[in-house]
Design a protein around this ligand. Sequence first.
Ligand code: GTP
Ligand code: MG
Length: 294
Amino acid sequence: MNNQLLTKLKNGDVKSLARLLTIVENNLAFADEYLKSLKIKNTPVIGITGPPGAGKSTLVNALLIELAQKYKIAILAIDPTSPFNLGSLLGDRIRMVSQFNNPNVYIRSIATRGSLGGLSVKTIEMVDVLKAADFDYIFIETVGVGQSEVEVAGLADISIVVLVPEAGDDIQSIKSGLMEIADIFVVNKSDREGAQTFANHLKKMVHQQTYNIPVICTVAHQNKGLEDLVKEIKQFKIKKNNRKPYLLMEKAWRLIQNEKMKSIKKEKLQQEIAEASLELNFNFYQFIEKFKNS
Ligand SMILES: Nc1nc2c(ncn2[C@@H]2O[C@H](COP(=O)(O)OP(=O)(O)OP(=O)(O)O)[C@@H](O)[C@H]2O)c(=O)[nH]1
Ligand SMILES: [Mg+2]
């Protein structure tokens, strides 16, 4: 293990950061030791989730224009890959070109394998590497497909849910799961017709809940409506997150589960099960027995 790498990480050396992220992402030599030696800070983690094409990347880019003059910011863009075809579903989703060369901004994209849009253990670990570097804010962008919103909430101190006023969209169709995880709702593409009505309905719905969640209208590609969002993000830093113990438990659970399941490789399991299931009278329960205590 190279201790210098950790010192350099703490001091903001970008090359060391990239190296450590790669070590952790690919589970290279000493990955575990590096993780155990990290001095993890309380850097605020801001999760941005929402349907494909809602404008999440554009919004992050617009936020960077506001924040990156003064603060150092890391962005982790999570590309969901389908478990059925190993290519990325959406291609490289980093289109935040205008901030790409800003020395205050570090952008990294990772592909989650197997879990559609979900957060892998690698993501959790990579965020911790970022927290040991010298950033003021860490943004995580994920596409909202089912479980992933909830998983991002497990990692983020603030969860921003980005919605778009679709024509004829029924506000009631917003999944209750989104209600539970959102700390801030953003109605992006507010230049579209019906945006105000959509936002008003959303506000009404949100205010029926026990605590107030801000609903902020933005036009991300024109950098409009960002002031309120920046204000909320800055304010949130000092608020207490009541979900923290639950979220930490979930995180511990995942990492322990990952460790315990290490000897079982999904590809191999699939191969074996494919063969075994061809046998006459294949019994699934007998089949899995041998994996239980391996
Ligand atoms: N009209 C309008 N278009 C917008 C707005 N914000 C973003 N867009 C456009 O919407 C498209 C998608 O924006 P992205 O930022 O890539 O959306 P995304 O949510 O990151 O997309 P994925 O990462 O692929 O899920 C782009 O063509 C943007 O220029 C907005 O406020 N109004
Ligand atoms: Mg994007």
